[in-house]
Design a protein around this ligand. Sequence first.
Ligand SMILES: Nc1ncnc2c1ncn2[C@@H]1O[C@H](COP(=O)(O)OP(=O)(O)O)[C@@H](O)[C@H]1O
Ligand SMILES: O=C(O)C1=C[C@@H](OP(=O)(O)O)[C@@H](O)[C@H](O)C1
Ligand SMILES: [Mg+2]
Length: 206
Amino acid sequence: MPAWNTDGRSAAAKPAAKHLGPVVLIGPMAVGKSAIGQQLAQHLGSAFVDTDAVVVAQHGTIAEIFASRGEHAFRELEARAVAHAIEEAQGSNAVISLGGGAVLDSGTQQLLGRCTVVYLECDAETVAERIARNSGRPLLAGDAMGRWRTLFATRQPVYERLADLVLDVRSGSVPELAHRLEDALGEYAAAKTAAVPAPAATKEVE
Ligand SMILES: Nc1ncnc2c1ncn2[C@@H]1O[C@H](COP(=O)(O)OP(=O)(O)O)[C@@H](O)[C@H]1O
Ligand SMILES: O=C(O)C1=C[C@@H](OP(=O)(O)O)[C@@H](O)[C@H](O)C1
Ligand SMILES: [Mg+2]
């Protein structure tokens, strides 16, 4: 049972939700950032932005960008798309799914301080089948699983450091995980609300 926003109103209308701000999903390739993010946004009645989709819509497929302009150019386009999405989402509970490597950018890391960051935690076994039918992820060309493990090993500390919440996605379907995340966010927002001291009583002036 979702802990909040069960009445169809926008999540931002709930007092606790204002403590969340934009909800940003991070984690390695194929953990479900795009799929779970989209469903979560539907549950919350929030906007959804997949920053990879923004880059693709503006500049062509990720594989084409890597091939014609290189990874560095992709990272610049990605950082710009992320910054724009986070700026636009201020004051709302929009859900933003990043690409797995977006968190390496220092500007992005700073902007994430204005968001609730959810790290989707997974392992190689869970993503193996998804990676095997990988398409369109140039960094996984060749030995996909070996590359995934290597990238994960270097990025895992960054994901952990940036996370406000960690969601274990090693079991459960996309709809189940989206519900689980919605509940966890509701609890997180309620805890933050409780932690904010009530405003001091104003003295009456005669
Ligand atoms: N919990 C899950 N169970 C089954 N399939 C999943 C799950 N999470 C994601 N998938 C599928 O795995 C693939 C990769 O998911 P995606 O959301 O694109 O990952 P990411 O954005 O993290 O790279 C998609 O086909 C998606 O539907
Ligand atoms: O981890 C990465 O460096 C990448 C992850 C991809 O996004 P997903 O994590 O959504 O697959 C995409 O941005 C690009 O292929 C690079
Ligand atoms: Mg994605």
